[in-house]
Write a protein that binds this ligand. Structure first.
Ligand SMILES: C[S@@+](CC[C@H](N)C(=O)[O-])C[C@H]1O[C@@H](n2cnc3c(N)ncnc32)[C@H](O)[C@@H]1O
Length: 449
């Protein structure tokens, strides 16, 4: 069948893309459809045609999927594309995604992928939200990016973040309206406010980070006054300056406006200092599940020497240090390594060493200096491990590698390299860190053949 833009087509959504859009197939040609969940029978209009796939917009639902939840939640943001799909089905889909990626990118067809470990209450789990500031008729609004664009949709709150974060946003909105604070406009490079970051800990204490385009932040004293008098849980306020046109949310420079330098959070029996620019898992409950699974897979013995590569503020390292002889944590962000060193002291851990630098440089250097280890845990960012890190692992020749991943596609690519170099995958455990989103986290046990 010859397809063209504007065609009206019908079919059933059979899968999700990695961004959480529905996939419908016409003569085996994939069409990506926002707002469709697996099992929906829909009529769509073909809006774009590319070489390998098309994009479509739903005109009408002919039959709703039996796997939709009963009371549908209105969601205009791309942030929670699976929110109307039953939670147990989301968990099944995440297991399927990991299984398919291991097949496609590592050639593994008979690996044991366990059922995804989900949350009992899969809401309000995010301890770090970054809320973009948009513009409506020139005035600032706080919300979420509309699906597939940088237009911000105004929002009162989110079912993913704690209630205190909703309250903080309302106070900031009042301040914006009172003083007519202007949103930053990336096209003209004018305006003030770009993002609001909110980090919360286990006590619901909050650190607020106002991301601005320059050092100028009018009426900041009033904002600090409003936040701290109206919400007692606000313990720290920072301004972050991000003057890059297109960039990650936060820039390099932080100016403290109020309160504590860092938040303190808890995981298991450990306490952690968290600087405004340090990575900390966004879902505290599931992070513990993830780390405990990583520990189980490491099967730590009293003589073990372990490398924790991409260690952040030393979370996994401290869990490991308690049960092993020594742990070396490697991380590229200096503030995170400073936190890690202090976290070791805070938790009376003396057998953990933290080294700042790029893993692809530091890890091979440590080995060249004769530092050895018999187990390795890696927890890289979405892009996966650098080739040099994988090469160094193979050279080190550890008996076990535990791979913690937030992106099964790059994880499968890296696992393939280890498979080709004398290792085998024993088990894979997906853990749902990000309910209602397309994100999939997993832990993989890899052993010497
Ligand atoms: C997914 S986080 C994991 C952090 C930690 N394991 C945890 O669970 O909190 C990945 C970490 O890798 C760090 N990172 C990114 N690229 C790196 C590199 N080339 N070398 C070392 N660390 C890097 C990031 O700053 C971040 O802290």
């Amino acid at each position: 069948m010859e397809l063209k833009v504007g065609d009206i087509l019908t079919g059933e959504i059979i899968d999700f893309t990695h961004e959480g859009n529905g996939i419908l197939k016409v003569d085996n040609f994939a069409i990506f459809v926002p707002n469709g969940v697996i099992g929906d029978k829909v009529e769509i209009k073909l809006t774009q045609l590319k070489k390998n796939f098309g994009l479509g917009a739903i005109l009408k639902y002919i039959e709703l999927s039996p796997d939709r939840i009963e009371n549908q939640i209105e969601s205009t943001s791309g942030e929670i594309p699976l929110v109307n799909y039953k939670y147990n089905k989301q968990l099944e889909w995440k297991k399927h995604k990991v299984t398919m990626d291991l097949l496609k990118f590592a050639g593994l067809s008979d690996v044991n992928v366990c059922d995804t470990i989900g949350m009992i209450l899969p809401y309000r789990y995010r301890n770090h939200t970054q809320i973009p500031v948009g513009s409506k008729n020139g005035d600032a609004i706080l919300g979420f990016y509309q699906k597939g664009s940088h237009d911000v949709v105004d929002m009162e709150g989110s079912i993913l973040q704690p209630e205190v974060a909703d309250k903080i946003l309302n106070v900031i909105r009042k301040w914006i309206n009172k003083y007519n604070i202007k949103p930053y406009d990336r096209r003209t490079n004018k305006g003030v406010l770009r993002h609001v970051g909110i980090r919360t800990n286990f006590k619901d204490e909050a650190m607020v980070i106002l991301v601005t385009a320059s050092e100028s932040l009018p009426n900041k004293k009033d904002l600090v006054g409003m936040l701290t008098t109206e919400i007692e849980n606000v313990v720290s306020i920072y301004q972050n300056i991000n003057n890059l046109k297109s960039a990650p949310t936060y820039g390099r420079k932080y100016i403290k406006l109020f309160g504590e330098d860092r938040l303190i959070d808890c995981l298991g029996n450990f306490e952690f200092y968290i600087s405004p620019n340090s990575f900390f898992q966004v879902n505290r409950t599931q992070a513990e599940v993830l780390y405990n699974k990583a520990l189980e897979y490491l099967d730590l013995q009293i003589d073990d020497e372990v490398f924790d590569i991409y260690c952040g503020i030393g979370t996994i390292s401290l869990f490991v240090a308690n049960k092993a002889k020594r742990v070396y944590g490697i991380e590229s962000v200096k503030a995170a390594i400073d936190d890690a060193k202090e976290n070791a002291i805070l938790n009376n851990i003396s057998n953990a060493e933290f080294i700042v630098g790029k893993a692809e440089e530091v890890f091979p250097e440590l080995m060249n200096k004769g530092i050895s280890g018999n187990k390795v845990v890696v927890d890289p960012p979405r892009k996966g491990c650098e080739k040099e890190v994988l090469e160094a692992i193979v050279k080190l020749n550890p008996e076990r590698v535990v791979y913690v991943s937030c992106n099964p596609t790059t994880m499968a690519r890296d696992v393939k390299y280890l498979l080709e170099n004398g290792y085998e995958v024993k088990e894979v455990q997906p853990v749902d860190m990000f309910p209602h989103t397309f994100h999939v986290e997993c832990v993989v046990l890899i052993e010497k053949e």
